[in-house]
Ligand binder design. Structure first.
Ligand code: AMP
Length: 187
């Protein structure tokens, strides 16, 4: 089973992904985490993306698409993919379709965790205190939200027409969201 978790920064995608990793023995594909790793490694990619990442701007599609390709074609991970924060643009969504098709896979479930701006700001401020992520400053959060609305909204429109798309109220408690997700998995 391949699953996409979709929603603005702070919607709880990471938390629910980790739950799903256990639940279906899956693999979390967090492009945000992969990109932060590149920066920590001080790799060539890391040097290219550090400014955009710190400013809450989306990283170039080509770089992100390249990073996920290897995972999708990894036979150990086939049909156990949990996408967290990818795709985030129409270009990425189309690229994902192509990669899945050529590896004989499909997306089984798409969950949209919907939360308003106020809830997101509160949550990210809390996370900032715990994780100390350099892109979690308030201004950056707001820029990330605006980038999300501008760039990711068309992806939402693209997926929301599909029959395997499910919108979940992301302002609910973690456990309540998990229960709702479970209802679609345990069928
Ligand atoms: P996240 O950890 O998912 O909140 O992502 C943190 C940052 O990584 C974002 O603000 C973007 O700068 C970058 N990023 C993560 N995933 C993507 C993606 N799929 N496309 C472009 N940029 C991304």
């Amino acid at each position: 089973m391949n699953i996409i978790l979709f929603g603005p920064p702070g919607a709880g995608k990471g938390t629910q992904s980790k739950y799903l990793v256990n639940k279906i023995s899956g693999f979390q594909i967090s492009t945000g985490e992969m990109l932060r790793n590149e920066i920590n490694k001080e790799s060539e990619i890391g040097k290219l993306i550090i400014n955009d990442m710190n400013n809450g701007i989306f990283v170039n599609d080509e770089i992100v698409n390249k990073l996920i390709k290897e995972i999708i074609f990894d036979p150990n991970k086939k049909n156990k993919l949990i996408f967290d924060g990818y795709p985030r643009s129409i270009n990425q969504a189309k690229h994902l379709d192509l990669l899945l098709e050529s590896s004989n896979q499909k997306i089984d479930l798409i969950f949209f965790l919907n939360v308003n701006k106020e809830t997101i700001i509160n949550r990210i401020e809390k996370r900032k205190a715990i994780e100390k992520r350099s892109d979690d400053e308030l201004n950056t959060i707001l820029r990330r939200y605006d980038t999300y609305m501008k760039t990711t909204k068309p992806v939402l429109d693209f997926y929301s027409k599909k029959s395997n798309f499910h919108e979940i109220d992301g302002s609910l408690e973690i456990k309540e969201i998990t229960t709702k997700i479970d209802a679609f998995i345990n069928v």
